[in-house]
Ligand binder design. Structure first.
Ligand SMILES: [Zn+2]
Length: 151
């Protein structure tokens, strides 16, 4: 669901980001889609509304949005393609298809999967590896079946 202008401004302000037209446009474009666009894809979306936007501005804006937690970066699978971006930053699971599409797993299924990660394994990882786990993201690689459009 596309957030309203007011909601976008509020979110930028809550994150102490100065509310510029570019930031509004980029965030709105990102928040209005579930396709997890690349910077280039966002660039062409934003250019429809503002021809003066440059790709560098898109990258800088995505950097700022990611830094304050309004967007997250999804690294490309197998190192091939470009990074993708997501305005949905809560815990959820992604499915990456062999065609390179990134889809959100429905919320209830994401929660069921993430809720069953064995806590004792995570704790042992922290102890044995000397790390503090901040977040676990799960990405499922899958082959798209033609009848699987109804998620
Ligand atoms: Zn997502």
């Amino acid at each position: 669901m596309t957030p309203s202008r007011e909601q976008i401004r509020d979110r930028l302000r809550e994150c102490n980001l100065r509310c510029t037209r570019q930031r509004e446009l980029v965030y709105r474009a990102l928040a209005s889609t579930t396709t997890h666009p690349t910077a280039e894809e966002l660039y062409s979306m934003v250019r429809r509304e503002d021809e003066g936007t440059s790709l560098a501005t898109i990258y800088n804006t995505l950097e700022a949005l990611t830094r304050v937690g309004l967007a997250s970066r999804i690294p490309s699978v197998a190192g091939g393609g470009a990074c993708r971006y997501d305005a949905c930053t809560g815990p959820h699971v992604h499915v990456v298809t062999d065609e390179g599409r990134v889809m959100d797993v429905p919320y209830d299924l994401s929660q069921r999967l993430l809720g069953h990660l064995p806590r004792e394994v995570l704790e042992e990882m922290e102890r044995r590896m000397g790390i503090a786990i901040e977040r676990v993201s799960v990405q499922v690689e899958a082959r798209a079946l033609h009848h699987a459009d109804a998620v």
